[in-house]
Design a protein around this ligand. Structure first.
Ligand code: SAM
Length: 379
């Protein structure tokens, strides 16, 4: 469908315009960026309710306030031992805050658990989208000027003073646009997948881009990797992490997300890659159908992310399953239970959901990298 002259373009019209201006195809990463984030039209611009039980998928945050309370406990345990953060103001900096629910849970818990230390903590949300910022501001109004917003990472290299605190995200990195590459056994090389518009629908087309550096296969793998094996990569996620690392003067980066180590991508049961479309708690279907109406997401490559942090001078403090990470925090709440809410049946069930291997426990991983050595409790 073509929009009539003067009519505002819908998302499909916007994508078709870009495809045509690019000479017939755009890289999939660009398609994904438009589908998720095009102002006013993209999936994450439409409604705060796409995340949660009434939406398309749930996250650990949707399970209830317990997740934020446990993260608050971790922050309160770790910060006093961090090089450069023993006293003075500290910021909790969240990216991918969506509707502000995790910020609300963490800030509420810091107030209850932090005692005299609570006043040290300010909260900053990194939010490029004005519409998402308005959802967050409405939810967090009661915290007044303890919450601030920045449209992007205030980088050290932009001359802004370095950040001091904890830069955290839950399911941010899996939401960055990914490149999609397909193995051509005939040509013995990876071929980037682009998106074209043909016969009234979006279609995959090969692009002539050279394969990413370092993606040469060892001969024994090249001999067996089947035609059409798919692998994604997200330079945008890696760049975001590297930039966050550069901005960090004292403290750490903490990411919780589902993902794999580099070598876990090239295994037979991942021949279709890890990119998925989610709609109403169902996964599957044509990845290029319904842009703007489905979530598009791919597994995080934790090796690439951790490597980027280490290249920026950070030390890996912890890299483990969400289950082990949260069990460690649970131990801490047992040692000093003061202020931590009572373990009602509902909260025990929430903990099981957050840690059970079939829910969030195994496929979700935690990466913490800091400036300086790991303090006690960082695990
Ligand atoms: C899968 S949702 C996770 C929402 C929430 N953190 C949770 O766990 O329920 C990903 C969120 O990250 C946001 N996002 C993506 N790229 C971003 C960026 N560069 N900066 C800030 N937020 C971003 C998306 O708009 C979306 O709200």
């Amino acid at each position: 469908m073509k929009a009539a002259a003067g009519e505002p373009l819908d998302l499909v019209g916007r994508m078709r315009g870009e495809i045509s201006a690019a000479g017939g195809a755009i890289p999939f990463a660009r398609y994904m960026a438009l589908a998720l984030y095009e102002p006013g039209l993209g999936y994450y611009e439409r409604s705060e309710r796409v995340v949660g039980r009434g939406g398309d998928f749930i996250t650990s945050v949707s399970v209830g306030p317990l997740f934020g309370e446990l993260l608050a406990r971790w922050i309160l345990d770790v910060v006093p031992g961090v090089h450069g953060l023993a006293d003075g103001p500290v910021e909790i900096i969240e990216a991918g805050a969506h509707d502000g629910r995790l910020a609300e849970d963490i800030l509420g818990a810091i107030e209850r658990l932090g005692g005299a230390d609570a006043s040290r903590f300010g909260y900053r949300i990194l939010e490029p989208s004005p519409v998402r910022q308005s959802w967050q501001a409405a939810r967090l109004a009661r915290f007044g000027d303890r919450v601030r917003w920045s449209p992007s990472m205030p980088g050290r290299d932009t001359g802004v003073p370095g950040l001091r605190g904890v830069i955290l995200s839950n399911e941010l990195l899996d939401a960055f646009p990914v490149e999609r590459w397909r193995w051509s056994a005939d040509r013995g090389r990876w071929v980037e997948q682009g998106v074209a518009w043909r016969q009234d629908r979006f279609e995959w087309v090969p692009l002539p881009t050279p394969p990413p550096p370092g993606w040469e296969l060892p001969p024994e793998l090249e001999a067996v990797l089947p035609e059409g094996f798919v692998r994604e990569r997200s330079p945008a996620a890696v760049d975001w992490w590297a930039n966050a690392a550069r901005s960090l003067e004292a403290g750490c980066l903490l990411a919780i997300d589902y993902g794999l180590d580099a070598e876990e991508f090239l295994v037979p049961h991942r021949a279709e890659g890890t990119l998925r479309a989610y709609h109403r708690h169902r996964v599957g279907g044509d990845l290029l159908a319904s842009p703007g109406e489905v979530d598009l997401t791919a597994h995080v490559d934790f090796s690439a992310i951790a490597g980027a942090g280490e290249r920026e001078g950070l030390t890996t403090w912890c890299r483990q399953s969400q289950s082990r990470f949260l069990l460690g925090i649970l131990e801490s709440t047992r040692r000093s239970p003061s202020g931590f809410p009572e373990w009602t049946q509902a909260r025990v069930r929430a903990f099981q959901t957050l840690t059970h291997p079939e829910h969030f426990g195994r496929s979700f991983r935690v990466l913490a990298q800091g400036r300086g050595p790991a303090p006690a409790g960082a695990r």
